[in-house]
Design a protein around this ligand. Structure first.
Ligand code: ADP
Length: 468
């Protein structure tokens, strides 16, 4: 089922709450009114009965009201109080006296008497057609020694009419109130949501090409302003990511196009005139080297792309870091010797670590390769492998060309190469340290570098002994 819009939902909720409150108010008003009217009638009947008792006399078993007919107050009280009145002989149940009004109503008096005598109820109700009565019942002993049941009645139907009227009003008021509440809620919800709609519209208008645009803030500091700030932060992050992506694509195109242009140029020049077999061989051999370099570059790019996409998983195993480093030093010994760089390693005993063997090897190789590459003839490259508490340390120190303070913060960035390496050593593409940093991060370790131009550099990798 399709979700209702926020505005409709808010309207529904407001209207339902309002209707609930209305019903609650009317319901409790009804109950309070009913109770009060009931209580008033009882009180009135009680007072009338108490008053009448003083005027009631019995002669030969016949009741009679004795009062001053010339006193209008007294006469009015007795006459109005005895409008619905009847007396029974409490022993026999015979109706001894009855007011004219009750006589006219033709009440079935039997059940009246029965109930009052049996249940000793102080109040009882009776109905005769449309007329509904309430009686106050009192057993009294008269001067003739007999007991009588005195019933003083009052009309209940007026009370019922008032309650009915209240219900009728409720039946009219609730739907009208509900309709008014719905219209008002719809309007209020619309106004409250208007800034959200404006925000959505503004956000929609910001495309990939104008990510430097920002959503306007209303300056209220409320939830909507906070939402705009969050959106703006997101646009800033997107703009940065897209900028990096553009930079990456540009650098990558450059890295691939330059060697390709060179290869093509060399081949074209060769084809202009006939050359000796040796010359063709020399060109092909140099091209083969360049193809290998390009293949390595593309492989690294693919690895970094896969790493970024989260496609690469680490496979931790127990590795002796000292042994692995010694093995790699032996591997690179020939390269170092050919460059007349002295390579040495310091390690005491095994340095056990839980790590991905192959990725660890790649990281050490890259660092070692850089150290040899950026160290001129007669220099030293020294490796140190050690245990330090729960950490394992690998230090690669060289007496090479060093890195300037300007370049130092950037060397782990993708495609970054310090000026000296661009000019002198053109094999690298500035991807090695980025990959090393990624591998170290995957092992929850850190890499630090200290360097001084002309004196040398020192890369320190600290890795936790166990890969959690
Ligand atoms: P590259 O393939 O260019 O060596 P890296 O990512 O491995 O790329 O290194 C980035 C840059 O950091 C290098 O171009 C170089 O300028 C500098 N660099 C790295 N290691 C060293 C080092 N041991 N000595 C001096 N400079 C270094």
């Amino acid at each position: 089922m399709r979700q209702l819009g926020l505005r409709t939902r808010l309207t529904l909720i407001f209207s339902l709450v309002f209707a609930g409150i209305l019903v609650l108010i009317i319901g409790s008003s009804y109950r309070i009114l009913k109770f009060r009217l009931d209580e008033n009638l009882r009180q009135e009947l009680r007072e009338r009965a108490a008053g009448l008792r003083g005027y009631l006399r019995f002669e030969d078993g016949k009741p009679r009201f004795e009062y001053d007919v010339n006193d209008p107050d007294e006469a009015f009280f007795v006459e109005s109080s005895t409008r619905y009145y009847q007396i029974f002989n409490a022993a026999t149940g015979d109706l001894v006296d009855q007011s004219h009004e009750l006589d006219l109503l033709d009440l079935d008096t039997g059940p009246q008497f029965e109930r009052a005598i049996k249940t000793h109820e102080i109040f009882s109700d009776a109905e005769a057609g449309a007329v509904r009565l309430r009686f106050y019942n009192e057993i009294m002993r008269a001067s003739d020694g007999k007991s009588y049941l005195l019933q003083i009645g009052g009309r209940r139907d007026f009370m019922d009419a008032a309650l009915k009227q209240l219900l009728l009003i409720a039946i009219f008021v609730v739907p009208v109130g509900l309709a008014v509440a719905a219209v008002a809620s719809w309007w209020v919800a619309g106004r409250a949501l208007q800034p959200v709609n404006l925000l959505a519209q503004a956000a929609k208008e910001i495309g990939i090409s104008d990510l430097d645009r920002r959503l306007p803030l209303r300056g209220t500091g409320d939830e909507l302003d906070r939402l705009s700030v969050t959106f703006n932060d997101m646009f800033a992050r997107l703009a940065k990511a897209i900028g990096e992506m553009k930079q990456f694509t540009a650098s990558m195109s450059h890295e691939l196009r330059t060697p390709l242009t060179t290869l093509r140029g060399e081949a074209e020049v060769m084809l202009l005139q006939p050359h000796s077999i040796q010359e063709y061989r020399r060109l092909l051999a140099s091209h083969l080297e360049e193809y290998d370099r390009l293949a390595r570059l593309i492989n690294r790019l693919l690895t970094l792309a896969r790493a970024e996409a989260g496609d690469i998983k680490m496979h931790p195993e127990s590795v002796d870091l000292a042994q692995l480093t010694r093995y790699l030093v032996e591997e690179l010994e020939t390269v170092a010797t050919s460059k007349q760089v002295a390579l040495s390693i310091e390690s005491k005993g095994p340095v056990n670590i839980e790590a991905d063997h192959d990725w660890l090897e790649t990281a050490i190789l890259n660092l070692l390769d850089n150290a040899i590459k950026y160290t001129p003839e007669g220099g030293h490259v020294t490796l140190l492998v050690a245990n330090r508490g729960s950490e394992r340390i690998l230090e690669i120190r060289d007496t090479g060309i060093g890195i300037s303070a300007d370049a130092l913060p950037h060397i782990f960035e993708r495609f970054y190469r310090a000026d000296h390496s661009r000019n002198g050593h053109n094999e690298g593409a500035g991807l090695g340290l980025n990959l090393v940093q990624w591998i170290v991060e995957q092992h929850h370790g850190r890499i630090e570098v200290k360097s001084e131009p002309g004196k040398g550099s020192c890369f320190t990798v600290s890795l936790p002994a166990a890969l959690a």
